[in-house]
Design a protein around this ligand. Structure first.
Ligand SMILES: Nc1ncnc2c1ncn2[C@@H]1O[C@H](COP(=O)(O)OP(=O)(O)OP(=O)(O)O)[C@@H](O)[C@H]1O
Ligand SMILES: Nc1nc2c(ncn2[C@@H]2O[C@H](COP(=O)(O)O)[C@@H](O)[C@H]2O)c(=O)[nH]1
Length: 198
């Protein structure tokens, strides 16, 4: 694919990916665009269909998967998630750098495609802090918190696997993590340095 390299952001649920991405997308309007994933989970209060996710059901999503409309999909904590080809194309058609937020299985699936993105993992400082953040967000049932923590343990172990990520950013202090994210993007996306530095 031509154009600037997309950016894949991954990391445990609750590590702070959306918080960092929302800030980046707001601060760099006209530079980055978000690939809106599909999911079968219910919307959280404040989430907007078509902006945060394309909220769907399993039958409809499976039909679209069978038609070959997805780059990658994964089952995460009891729900299906996936990146459609059109989600990425829509962003790229606008000339924006496409940002994808996917779990670690999604990272592995994308590695088998020709997308050729930059891979960034956002990690929490510890599983205890992650649990506090997930509980503090107050969006999950106890059962879902436990399932997300289980997925997180695997993610935290696997994120340092050689060659899997270009960079792992530990999100302890939000401002520091955001600084690091910006500097990593400026380094990798040399063609947009001037735009980002304005
Ligand atoms: N550095 C930080 N310090 C303290 N709290 C943080 C920090 N970063 C994020 N948070 C808070 O942690 C919670 C989880 O953050 P966020 O929703 O961005 O995580 P996420 O990685 O996008 O999770 P998910 O994958 O489930 O969407 C939010 O309530 C957010 O405000
Ligand atoms: N493989 C994919 N994973 C995705 C996609 N969109 C989001 N995600 C990941 O799901 C979990 C949970 O997200 P939440 O919004 O329910 O908290 C998180 O790790 C996301 O990164 C996708 O299209 N493909």
């Amino acid at each position: 694919m031509s154009g600037p390299r997309p950016v894949v952001i991954s990391g445990p649920s609750g590590a702070g990916k959306s918080t960092l991405l929302k800030k980046l997308l707001k601060d760099y309007k006209g530079v980055f665009g978000f690939s809106v994933s599909h999911t079968t989970r219910d919307p959280r209060p404040g989430e907007v269909d078509g902006k945060d996710y394309h909220f769907t059901n399993r039958k409809a999503m499976q039909e679209d998967i069978d038609k070959g409309e997805f780059i990658e999909t994964d089952e995460f904590s009891g729900n299906l998630y996936g990146t459609s080809k059109s989600a990425v194309q829509d962003v790229r058609a606008k000339g924006l750098i496409c940002i994808l937020d996917v779990d670690i299985a999604g990272v592995r699936h994308i590695k088998e495609t020709n997308l050729d993105p930059i891979y960034i993992s956002i990690q929490p400082p510890s599983i205890e802090v992650l649990e506090e953040r997930l509980r503090g967000r107050a969006t999950e049932t106890e059962e879902k918190i436990q399932s997300r923590l289980e997925e997180a343990r695997t993610d935290m172990e696997e994120c340092n696997e050689p060659g899997l990520f270009d960079i792992v950013i530990v999100n302890s202090d939000l401002d520091e993590a955001y600084e690091k994210l910006q500097s990593v993007l400026k380094e990798f996306e040399k063609n947009v340095i001037s735009v980002m530095s304005r």
